[in-house]
Design a protein around this ligand. Structure first.
Ligand SMILES: [Ca+2]
Length: 563
């Protein structure tokens, strides 16, 4: 034993040992892929050439899709920013993670430590976040500072960014560009190239270490309404944001109904209070409003598409292209006046179906250059990234590892997928859940007793109270209400309305077959599936959350602005 120890510590052996260990580390670093995960905001499925849009020009995204796997049947879990993004981070359904605009909570540090960027950082990845964050994280939520100090590279703002983010978030003030996509592009360039020193970016190290693999999350606030409504066609804006598509005929979507022509609302008025919808979605009310917004959304997508092309060029120049996986998806879809509906936070395909591309340059071409209609969800991204990096998947994750599906070693990862909406507030959206397979979809709704936004606005004006306090602030008492939303259906809360659609024959969900005698067996089966799926979605643990309300922050002496 003594001899063996002395032989190991002999200087020449020690050097060899060091060389051996270093080579092991290099092999590991080379084998572990880099990741760039691009998340867009409110991008409905059909807004790119590769997903069937006849007008939108997205050549770089189309190329990425053609070289990777384009998932044509990918769905989110909750169709609104905060819970959907928290689901992507934690690989958990909202019913388990417990964070939404109306939940009165922020994600706890324990919850945050199990998110994909933090698990990857813990396992040696260099970790960056650029663009938007819309999940309150840590004690004090958006003001906790936890995210800023959690990343090696941080160049982002909490909440909306606007089309011109420099005026909204101090961190972007030093950007050369004014427009959101280009400001984000500067961050990506800075992260990848190590050449420029981007003013504002928060870096743990001066340079990205070349011997470490990286995970960069890029989150847009486009083509979301906050970004597209604030577009001003300034003379300094890129040409594409002023003139592109303005000479084109923009057709209305199938089943479009202008507000003035709604005769039979899609959902009963007592459960969906359409008159209380947020004014920011009123553009769907007229054909002119729809066309203008659609042009802006497609212009924003053209900018994002150009950024993806530039990003791939940079990866090539940096010799990172052969070992960098690119994932592209959206946090949910958006109504454009189909059935007279606007906004999101429902379980229809228009809000839950999103594009998803996974491009892994190391995959064999026969395994990647293809489309897949397998039922996948955005909660599958985190476990897939970890699996591809050879990192153990936390037990708290509810999504599926798609890595074998990507290699075509599996043909399916789930029989049913489950989506839900717990954002039921004064803006009229009902609570609902849905389950679906490749053919059928079942949606169920609950009583909607929420106060009316229209009445709240009138009261606020009458009493001279800031309108946004009544509409957007969340107080302690809402913590209990939100918990009752989460637990109610699990504890026998009665269903008040149901829908059944045959997605094969009726993918646009036009004809509700719930009352069709010949479909009762299918309906009964899906009710049972729903029960199983909602229990799985809830899990058994308490959500890893902290109190984050106007009351909690006022105790700290902070007046929070809802984001
Ligand atoms: Ca969103």
């Amino acid at each position: 034993m003594k001899n063996r120890v002395s032989s190991i510590i002999c200087p020449c052996n020690f050097i060899w040992l060091l060389v051996y260990l270093l080579s092991l580390q290099l092999v590991t670093a080379q084998e572990q892929p880099n990741f760039i995960f691009i998340l867009t905001d409110d991008q409905q499925y059909g807004l790119m050439g590769c997903t069937g849009n006849k007008i939108a020009q997205t050549p770089n995204l189309d190329q990425l899709a053609s070289e990777g796997v384009l998932f044509t049947n990918a769905h989110i879990t909750s169709a609104i920013c905060t819970p959907s993004r928290a689901s992507i981070l934690t690989s958990q359904f909202e019913r388990k993670h417990g964070v939404n605009f109306n939940s009165g909570t922020s994600m706890s540090e324990e919850g945050w430590n199990a998110t994909y960027p933090m698990v990857m950082r813990e396992n040696g990845y260099y970790t960056g976040w650029i663009g938007k964050n819309h999940v309150p994280i840590g004690d004090g939520g958006y003001d906790s500072g936890l995210m800023e100090k959690s990343f090696d590279y941080w160049y982002a703002g909490h909440g909306h960014l606007s089309f011109y983010p420099k005026n909204i978030h101090e961190i972007f003030e030093g950007a050369k560009s004014d427009t959101q996509v280009e400001v984000i592009a500067e961050g990506i360039q800075d992260f990848l190239s190590n050449e420029e020193k981007l003013e504002g970016a928060v870096k743990f190290l001066d340079h990205r270490p070349s011997d470490k693999s990286f995970i960069l999350s890029v989150s847009f606030n486009l083509p979301h309404g906050n970004g597209t409504s604030s577009m001003k066609q300034k003379p300094t804006d890129d040409e594409m944001y002023r003139t592109l598509y303005r000479d084109q005929e923009i057709p209305l979507p199938d089943n479009y109904i202008a507000k003035a022509n709604i005769k039979n609302p899609k959902l009963p008025l007592e459960i969906h209070h359409t008159e209380d919808r947020q004014v920011s979605y009123d553009w769907v009310d007229t054909p002119e409003g729809y066309k203008e917004r659609t042009i802006r959304q497609m212009q924003a997508m053209a900018g994002i598409d150009r950024l993806v092309g530039q990003l791939r060029e940079t990866l090539k120049k940096q010799k990172l292209d052969k070992n960098t996986v690119i994932v592209f998806t959206s946090d949910h879809g958006l109504f454009g006046g189909q059935f007279g509906l606007g906004g999101k936070a429902l379980c229809y395909e228009i809000t839950t179906h999103v594009p998803m591309i996974v491009y892994n340059p190391k995959s064999k071409k026969k395994n990647r250059k293809r489309k897949s209609n397998v039922l996948v969800q955005t909660i599958d991204i985190a476990p897939t990234l970890l699996s591809m990096a050879g990192i153990s998947i936390p037990a708290s994750y509810q999504g599926k590892d798609l890595s074998n599906l990507l290699k075509e070693e599996e043909t399916s990862v789930r029989e049913y997928l489950y989506t839900e909406n717990l954002w039921s507030t004064s803006f009229g959206n009902p609570r609902c859940e849905s389950v679906q397979d490749m053919e059928w979809k079942y949606i169920r709704y609950y009583q909607n007793n929420n106060p009316s936004a229209t009445q709240q606005i009138a009261t606020a004006k009458e009493m001279n109270i800031p309108v946004k306090n009544l509409l957007y602030q969340v107080y302690d008492k809402q913590l209990a209400l939100y918990r009752s939303f989460v637990e109610g259906p699990l504890n026998g809360e009665p269903v008040v309305y149901e829908e059944l659609y045959n997605l094969k024959n009726d993918p646009k969900e036009i004809t509700n077959l719930v009352g069709d005698d010949s479909k009762q067996e299918v309906l009964q089966k899906l009710r049972e599936v729903w029960k199983k799926e909602i229990n799985y979605a809830r899990g058994t643990d308490s959500p890893k959350v902290l109190r984050y309300t106007a009351d909690s922050e006022s105790e700290r002496g902070v007046a929070i602005e809802p984001k």
